[in-house]
Design a protein around this ligand. Structure first.
Ligand code: SAH
Ligand code: TMP
Ligand code: ZN
Length: 407
């Protein structure tokens, strides 16, 4: 078997899970237009040298991020509040100068920059997904519909000057060409500026067997150790890491030029914890693989039994994650008749791969099903409060991480 090469350091990448042929996770289909669907091999491994966990096959970026990319960050009230807090913190700490400037990579519909813009602080959102960028622009945010990389970053520097903060959430890990992102940050960041990004945390994904966090857009799964190595490779220093309770567990990394900031003790603490948790240990990945197969077996057994018993089941949250959950487990429209989602651009479409229909949340209680499979488990609190009548009327939620269970 040919060895896979690390996208960052060219080291050997050891595969630890193969999900097989998978579609583009956010490529919802128009009914009647399902013929030329794109598939790729979704497999993941860890670099023996720099420890970066990464996909083995890369989907071309324009196939994922374009005018019709449907994801809108602002669909979640919890995430809106989270990013408002992120923005407020920057406004109080890093953006206090006369003419401070913040750039966001992957600004989507403006969920974070809205607060910055309202405060009258100079900013620029960069996002290649035109529909999302248009939504941000409509709320008064300055955006550039483009991929952030070395060339666009150099151009931004020439036009707008150096950035005091470069922020990114759930985007840096989406960019296979992350070397170009770091060279871009080098071109754009002020001498004493910070590059701050939040990303789902490998340790949390492994600990909760959250296999559905693995899909085309999540090219890398970061750890403090792999990000420290990544930053160092491009002449930066990882100066802080903070755990944030979003999307099932994430880390907010702060990166600066060497000597500009003092490294907090958090880095050493995380590194020690990652070592103790065996985050680069083959046995950890073997355990993950076994747990994922158990989840698939348990979930499919339940869904088949419910169908045999004449129970109705619908899905909740046509998440990108659900593409992996549905297509890897083999869930079909016979088992889950449709999936509710609040995103207008997903409603009336078909889920990638499985072609299960997506309906608005109004279809949920019309009438309520016996069971709802919660694909948006990271938004469980928000959704269960919103849909509390479902449980009150006798409905039950099915969750599949950290293991299959019914609540
Ligand atoms: N920051 C938001 C959006 C995350 S979704 C949040 O946390 O909710 C990922 C976003 O990254 C998408 O809007 C996608 O269009 C954008 N993206 C992908 N590649 C990018 C790149 N090279 N530069 C900037 N944005 C990118
Ligand atoms: P995410 O897990 O990638 O953030 O995606 C969440 C999906 O769930 C997104 O398509 C929006 C949808 N959603 C609802 O349908 N109702 C809700 O209350 C929330 C919070 C999300
Ligand atoms: Zn590597």
């Amino acid at each position: 078997m040919a060895m896979n090469r690390c996208r960052i350091c060219d080291g050997d990448v050891v595969e630890f899970f193969d999900f097989g042929r998978q579609p583009i996770s956010d490529a919802f289909l128009e009914p009647g237009h399902v013929d030329d669907e794109f598939f790729f091999r979704l497999a993941i491994g860890i670099c023996r040298f720099c420890t970066m966990v990464q996909l083995l096959e890369e989907v071309p970026r324009d196939r994922m991020f374009h005018q019709d990319y449907p994801y809108r960050s602002s669909e979640s009230t919890f995430m809106r509040k989270h990013f408002e807090q992120v923005a407020r913190r920057f406004l109080e700490t890093e953006l206090t100068g006369q003419d401070s400037f913040v750039v966001e990579i992957g600004s989507n519909d403006g969920v974070m920059l809205r607060t910055v813009s309202e405060a009258g602080v100079r900013h620029l959102g960069v996002d290649p997904s035109g529909g999302a960028a248009d939504a941000a622009a409509a709320s008064g945010i300055r955006v550039r519909t483009d991929f952030f990389e070395e060339s666009s970053a150099t151009d931004i520097r020439a036009r707008d000057g150096a950035a005091d903060v470069i922020f990114s959430a759930n985007t840096t890990s989406h960019i296979a060409y992350v070397d170009s992102v770091f060279r871009g940050v080098d071109a754009l960041l002020a001498d004493n500026g910070v590059f701050v990004f939040e990303e789902r945390y490998l340790a949390d994904i492994l600990a909760s067997s959250a296999f559905d966090q693995i899909y085309d857009e999540h090219f890398y799964l970061f750890s403090v150790r792999s990000v420290r190595n990544l930053a160092g490779r491009f002449g930066f220093q990882l100066v802080d890491a903070e755990h944030v309770p979003v999307h099932g567990g994430a880390i907010r990394y702060t990166i600066a030029r060497p000597g500009q900031r003092t490294q907090t003790p958090a880095i050493a603490e995380f590194l020690a914890r990652e070592e103790a948790a065996g985050l680069t240990d083959p046995a950890t990945f073997e355990r993950f693989a076994t747990d994922v197969r158990t989840i698939r077996g348990d979930l499919m057994e339940l869904l088949r039994r419910l169908r045999a018993d004449g129970r109705t089941v619908v899905g909740y949250g046509a998440t990108a994650k659900s593409a992996t959950a549905v297509n890897y487990c083999g869930i079909t429209e016979e088992l889950v008749s449709f999936v509710c989602d609040s995103t207008p651009a997903k409603q009336g479409k078909l889920m990638p791969g499985s072609h299960i229909p997506v309906r608005p949340p109004s279809a949920f209680g019309d009438p309520y099903p016996d069971y709802a499979l919660l694909f948006a488990w990271n938004h469980a609190d928000e959704i269960m409060i919103k849909e509390r009548e479902f449980r009150e009327s006798g409905g039950r939620w099915i969750l599949y991480v950290p293991e299959m269970h019914i609540v």
